[in-house]
Design a binder for this molecule. Structure first.
Ligand SMILES: C[S@@+](CC[C@H](N)C(=O)[O-])C[C@H]1O[C@@H](n2cnc3c(N)ncnc32)[C@H](O)[C@@H]1O
Length: 244
């Protein structure tokens, strides 16, 4: 089947990987704080929901793609203290914050966060009991290739969970959200950090494919039993799938 995801669309807000890395390197220092404010504290809840859907097993080994400052990895350990997590991310500055948090939590022997790109994972086939990515896949230029790479490293029958911001639909939530994304978010970020990075956030949310289109891409990338769960009025969608 043709991989339509590889063709850039004229309205696509996606930026090249090196610019994306530079953007996250720039905002790393205030990423956690800005997130908490912009999400009204809901980001931790969204990650908690995503990790719960991973259905972790005793002593499992999990992959966190786009691990950033490490919150998903830490949440996996909170929910399953005997697991091991490998997190990968191209942004060194994001990882440095994550390393500190992991060390402060005394979990350096269970969580390893390393530089890496989802398009080229260094891990062996079928070497993880599950994988998760939160607020990351939106930024990936070749999404289908990224999804296929993740599937390659998953054991058969194991779960893959995506936590992603999506533009809510519906007559009430959509206009409300657009006002929030176009007016409130830039105002807050002007005070806190980099306006352009958060304008990119709003644009990339609007451009992210509808959940049913993205589910189809997951299907094309070889996943089975794909489910979508809308959270907080559709501002976040959780995609849950299995490696065949
Ligand atoms: C919005 S942050 C999310 C971080 C973290 N998962 C969280 O829940 O806060 C997106 C992360 O995806 C990473 N990222 C972007 N492109 C990537 C790629 N090709 N492979 C892996 N990670 C990527 C960025 O560097 C950034 O740290």
């Amino acid at each position: 089947m043709a991989d339509t995801d590889q063709r850039p669309r004229p309205h696509d807000s996606l930026i090249p990987a090196d610019q994306n890395r530079a953007m996250f390197d720039t905002i790393a220092g205030y990423y956690d704080g800005t997130n908490r404010i912009l999400s009204l504290g809901l980001d931790a809840y969204w990650r908690r929901r995503g990790v719960a859907l991973l259905d972790t097993k005793p002593e499992g080994r999990y992959l966190d793609v786009g691990a950033g400052t490490g919150d998903i990895a830490l949440e996996i350990l909170r929910q399953r203290p005997d697991s091991r997590v490998v997190g990968i991310d191209p942004s060194r500055n994001m990882l440095e914050i994550g390393w500190r948090k992991v060390e402060d939590a005394g979990l350096s022997d269970r969580i390893s966060l390393e530089e890496g790109d989802v398009l080229n994972l260094r891990f062996e086939d079928a070497s993880f009991d599950g994988a998760i990515t939160s607020f990351c896949i939106r930024n990936v230029t070749h999404r289908r290739r990224g999804l296929e790479e993740i599937r390659r490293v998953l054991k058969s029958g194991s779960r893959f969970v995506i936590v992603e911001l999506t533009e809510p639909r519906g007559p009430v939530m959509q206009p409300l959200f657009r006002i929030y994304a176009r007016v409130v978010m830039p105002l807050v970020t002007r005070i806190l950090s980099s306006v352009s990075a958060y304008r990119y956030l709003a644009d990339s949310m609007a451009d992210f494919p509808a959940p049913e289109v993205f589910s189809n891409l997951m299907h094309e990338a070889g996943y089975v039993n794909i489910q979508t769960i809308h959270v907080t009025g559709g501002i976040v969608t959780l995609f849950v799938a299995e490696a065949p």
